[in-house]
Design a protein around this ligand. Structure first.
Ligand code: KMH
Ligand code: ZN
Length: 302
């Protein structure tokens, strides 16, 4: 079995500071959370920025520039800058930080979808939290836009323009075929890093049969020239991360995806989630990948 690449996503653009006092918001907090997560075993850190005063997701490169150099100085983890941003940002806003900082990796969400975190979504959403009502209501009429033109724009701008490789986030089966289409255009080079996402309403639910099927289809579409990883929202985070490792894949944790460490227990830090999943996978006989191993396997520019 190849060593498991752990990605940690410390803050994201979905959870609000009212939901957990442990969610990192300021550049200082994001830097510290990232460094601790890397020390705990995360080889890749997936990053968003937030307005330090309001906690809202914020696309300004100057915010990223306050924490990225600190992370690079303190550890050798791979930095992955989100192009998902926050709900309602334009395509240009979502890309600003990655274009300005030219990271080794950036996320790319490989399809448009509903993104439901309103109360009626609870049954099939893995996030079962007390969300803020006005925020929830907004997602009833929201499309998470990633058209074919958007995908082309991002891979040309960042991939071809900056040598950035992607965390291709696939929330449903069709997104794997969108990625296959992108590959067919000749715009991106292997190895590909496919992040299978479970438990966001609008995408595929957190059912292990879905994990098996998406993994099977990804193998068929991408052959040996790819690495796959799993993230699941909320309460499915740890079970799905464990399942991915057991099936020979990689995994992502972090407060972006779940505020909890276990049932009813808020995670006191991102590092606590990394330590927990690392303990689980190591106790089952797996080794975790170093950043250097992740760079090599993902073909990063370093
Ligand atoms: N919050 C995750 C479910 C991105 O940053 O590009 C999706 C995500 C999007 O990570
Ligand atoms: Zn993200």
């Amino acid at each position: 079995m190849r060593p498991v690449i752990i990605t940690c996503a410390p803050t994201g653009g979905i959870h609000t500071p009212t939901m957990s006092e442990h969610l990192p918001i300021t550049p200082d907090e994001i830097a510290q959370a990232s460094i601790e997560a890397a020390e705990a075993g995360a080889a890749i850190i997936h990053l968003h920025a937030r307005n330090p005063a309001t906690g809202q997701p914020d696309p300004r490169p100057e915010l990223f520039q306050q924490f990225l150099p600190r992370i690079a100085a303190a550890c050798d983890a791979v930095v992955n800058v989100s192009t998902g941003g926050g709900l309602g940002m334009t395509r240009e806003e979502r890309l600003r930080a990655a274009v300005a900082t030219s990271p080794e990796m950036a996320s790319l969400n490989v399809g448009s979808m509903n993104f439901g975190i309103f109360p009626m979504a609870a049954k099939y959403s893995s996030w079962k939290y007390d969300w803020e009502p006005q925020f929830l209501e907004m997602t009833r009429d929201f499309i998470f836009r990633n058209t074919f033109a958007d995908l082309e724009y991002v891979v040309k701008e960042l991939g071809q323009g900056h040598g950035t490789k992607f965390e291709f986030e696939c929330y449903d089966l069709g997104h794997l075929y969108n990625l296959a289409w992108l590959i067919d255009q000749g715009w991106i080079e292997p190895p590909f890093f496919v992040q299978l996402v479970f438990g966001v309403l609008g995408g595929v639910g957190a059912d292990l049969d879905n994990l098996q099927h998406l993994h099977t289809i990804a193998d068929k579409l991408f052959g040996v020239d790819y690495e796959w990883s799993v993230l699941a929202a909320g309460r499915h985070q740890m079970p799905f991360a464990t399942s991915a490792a057991m099936l020979g894949g990689n995994l992502r944790v972090g407060l972006e995806d779940s505020l909890y460490l276990g049932p009813g227990e808020l995670a006191a830090s991102n590092a606590a989630q990394v330590r927990k999943i690392r303990g689980i996978v190591e106790s089952l006989g797996h080794r975790i990948a170093t950043p250097a191993e992740a760079r090599e396997r993902l073909g990063l520019k370093g």
